[in-house]
Design a protein around this ligand. Structure first.
Ligand code: DC
Length: 219
């Protein structure tokens, strides 16, 4: 029987790091649903589609094919119309476009059906915003990952600096808060903590410590 872990939470709380490490530890596949919304965001940017115009976005949806694959080290790769775009989607601009277009019901329907299919047969660890509430409501384990605003901003700031992006902690925090607000207040499948989710606070903790804690509590 396959085992499903659903991981939700706001941006930069540590979801994907934890999900990836848990998947590796347990031998499950890792499914990064944010990367799928980012792939659509990247297509819209590349093709100069107005992300704020729902009709224009829906009009190009049939031209967009998002697939996931794993290399021999089991690292996840994201493909947009057959091209590996795994590193191109990790920018603030693409994250923002993903957050905006993920508000549209047709965009969500397209990706949610794909996500459900991916999770059908194999044991998996899936992270995103609506995983426990919508994609995998019957998941065996539901985790809601949080961290303080200060800690999330610091993590994002370090990531951006490493990429050579000139920014400030204040600017990063403002962007994070705007993104969370949109993701938590949209009409369709907003980010929520479901009643049977276990809250995991990663503030000032290493990823190893958090994963060891989850492993000892639930496996
Ligand atoms: O987790 P991330 O930063 O890669 O996600 C990018 C955006 O995609 C996020 O701001 C909202 C959207 N998203 C979503 O609506 N539902 C998901 N399950 C995952 C991401």
């Amino acid at each position: 029987m396959s085992y499903k872990i659903a991981i939700d939470g706001p941006s930069s709380a540590g979801k994907s790091t934890i999900a990836k490490m848990l998947a590796k530890e347990l031998g499950y596949i890792y499914i990064d649903t944010g990367a799928m919304y980012r792939a659509i965001g990247l297509y819209l940017i590349d093709n100069k589609v107005d992300i704020h115009d729902e009709k224009s976005v829906i009009g190009v949806l049939d031209n967009i094919d998002v697939t996931l694959d794993y290399d021999d080290k089991n690292n996840l790769h994201v493909y947009l119309n057959g091209k590996d775009i795994s590193s191109r989607i990790r920018t603030q601009e693409v994250g923002e476009a993903a957050s905006v277009c993920s508000q549209y019901l047709k965009v969500r329907e397209k990706l949610v059906s794909l996500q459900k299919k991916l999770a059908e047969e194999k044991s998996c660890c899936m992270d995103g915003r609506d995983i426990a509430s919508n994609v995998l409501p019957n998941a065996n384990l539901k985790l809601y990952v949080i961290a303080s605003d200060e800690c999330r901003a610091k993590r994002r700031y370090i990531e951006e600096k490493e990429k050579g992006i000139d920014t400030t902690i204040e600017k990063v925090l403002e962007e994070l808060k705007a993104r969370d607000y949109r993701d938590m207040n949209r009409e369709h499948n907003p980010l929520i903590k479901v009643s049977d989710a276990v809250e995991i606070d990663t503030t000032d903790r290493t990823a190893d410590d958090v994963v060891d804690d989850i492993m000892s509590r639930f496996f």
